[in-house]
Design a protein around this ligand. Structure first.
Ligand code: DC
Length: 303
């Protein structure tokens, strides 16, 4: 099935560029109760059962009988290019949220942690020590990294699963302190930023890599909440660890990522801090979209 609406699924309504009317029955949308006013438009919250099948679209309004919903493609907002940075510690919800945000906005997504993980894997596979600057620099210099959808290829091999192993997480945090590795990663990340609108997540995206990004977020959560999330994530991948082990690893990595000399993990001065411990993913996303709309409105580029 095409991820984009087919012509028989929707029809444009009048002069509003990029706004489509979607019959609720046909698309399987279900109506929910909450209403709120937003400037001239009446916004109605509708549950998108297959929302993931509509990347780049967001709900704009619903009609009063609940027969239709109006969805709008974010790429039609009059912004030629926008960089959104999302930094924060492991388990803060960054990865899931950044991916969903990119999908809703129709922006490219960049997982910079995966890049450090891939270099760490290369170092480990070469039998080298991730504490050695020369070995890290050599691995970064020759590594060819390529994203293809959700998969990451290292020198032509799909390493998406391998890089999530706990030993790679540990090594990635060591490798990430290497100046040569960081220089190379920053160069690659900026090259992606040059290609168009981007949601990029990591530790230094708002502070170092894209200091002029239009919208910066820093996600945080309590260590307990983060350890619980990470444990679930590992379980889903079939990796068995105790909560205490996960918690300890998270604390060690946080400390290393925060205290390293080069590009330490910290919020940019102009970052919006979002504390996610007690929020659902939907709530976090909604807060972030609201901020993005606000930024667009402030810069006079909103529709
Ligand atoms: O987000 P993650 O857990 O996949 O990141 C793996 C490691 O890479 C983490 O310990 C910190 C490091 N990292 C970094 O230093 N800078 C980034 N922009 C992204 C990740």
């Amino acid at each position: 099935m095409s991820p984009f609406p087919q012509s028989h699924d929707y029809f444009p309504i009048g002069p509003l560029r990029g706004v489509f009317l979607l019959p609720t029955q046909q698309s399987g949308e279900k109506r929910r109760s909450s209403h709120r006013d937003d400037s001239e438009m009446r916004w109605i919250s509708v549950c998108f059962r297959n929302r993931e099948a509509w990347p780049g679209f967001e709900l704009a309004a619903g009609d009063l009988q609940g027969q239709f919903v109006v969805i709008q493609h974010h790429s039609d907002l009059r912004v030629p290019k926008m960089i959104i940075t999302i930094d924060g510690p492991a388990g803060s919800g960054k990865s899931t949220i950044s991916r969903m945000l990119a999908s809703r906005l129709g922006f490219r997504f960049l997982d910079t942690g995966a890049m450090y993980r891939a270099i760490a894997l290369a170092v480990l596979q070469a039998g080298n020590n991730p504490n050695e600057e020369a070995a890290n620099a050599a691995a970064a210099a020759v590594a060819e990294l390529k994203f293809d959808g959700d998969s990451l290829f290292l020198n032509g091999r799909d390493v998406s699963q391998e890089i999530r192993a706990p030993r790679v997480s540990e090594a990635a945090s060591l490798v990430a302190a290497s100046p040569a590795v960081r220089d190379r990663m920053v160069e690659l990340q900026r090259a992606v930023g040059d290609t168009g609108s981007l949601v990029t997540e990591g530790r230094d995206q708002g502070t170092v890599v894209f200091p002029l990004a239009e919208c910066k977020f820093f996600l945080t959560a309590s260590v307990t909440a983060r350890a619980n999330r990470r444990l679930l994530d590992l379980q889903e991948r079939g990796i068995s660890q105790s909560l205490e082990e996960v918690r300890q690893q998270i604390e060690e990595r946080d400390q290393r990522d925060e205290q390293r000399e080069l590009a330490p993990m910290k919020p940019a001065a102009d970052a919006i801090i979002v504390e996610t411990s007690l929020l659902t993913i939907e709530q976090v996303l909604e807060q972030m979209l609201e901020q993005i709309r606000r930024r667009k409105a402030e810069s006079g580029t909103d529709t």
